[in-house]
Design a protein around this ligand. Structure first.
Ligand code: HEM
Length: 101
């Protein structure tokens, strides 16, 4: 008999520690790369709130503990981003920080 083992993306990428590492690296690059200066300026001086929220959001989105929803309710991410002028340049800066090795 074939045993089917179903793992969540959260488990497959290494759980809490891996997501925390990803998020820490993401904001490190946002904070230090000159190319990401445009989106860095949209954020508050301290990135700790954004870091905590992105970690909690990704945890649930990847199939792990739904920390963001438990604390803040439905993410409504589109609505939460309305106050910011996000266009193609800002999207590219965000992705740069996310995929940078
Ligand atoms: C497209 C480029 C994006 C830009 C420029 C951007 C920018 C921002 C900014 C300026 C904030 C406010 C941070 C603060 O409170 O200081 C924010 C919040 C947040 N962003 Fe983004 N974002 C982008 C894409 C994304 C994506 C793709 C995700 C999800 C994978 C995401 C997840 C979040 C979350 C969870 C928050 C916290 C929302 C809250 O205040 O409750 N963002 N973002």
């Amino acid at each position: 008999m074939t045993e089917i083992i179903q793992k969540t993306p959260y488990e497959l990428i290494g759980g809490e520690a891996a997501i925390q590492g990803l998020v820490d690296r993401f904001y490190f690059f946002m904070d230090t790369l000159p190319e990401a200066d445009g989106i860095r300026k949209m954020h508050t001086a301290s990135l700790s709130g954004a870091r905590s929220k992105l970690f909690k959001f990704l945890s649930g989105w990847l199939g792990g503990p739904d920390l963001f929803v438990q604390e803040y309710g439905h993410p409504r991410l589109r609505q939460r981003h309305f106050p910011f002028a996000i266009g193609v340049a800002e999207r590219d800066q965000w992705m740069l920080c996310m995929i940078k090795l």
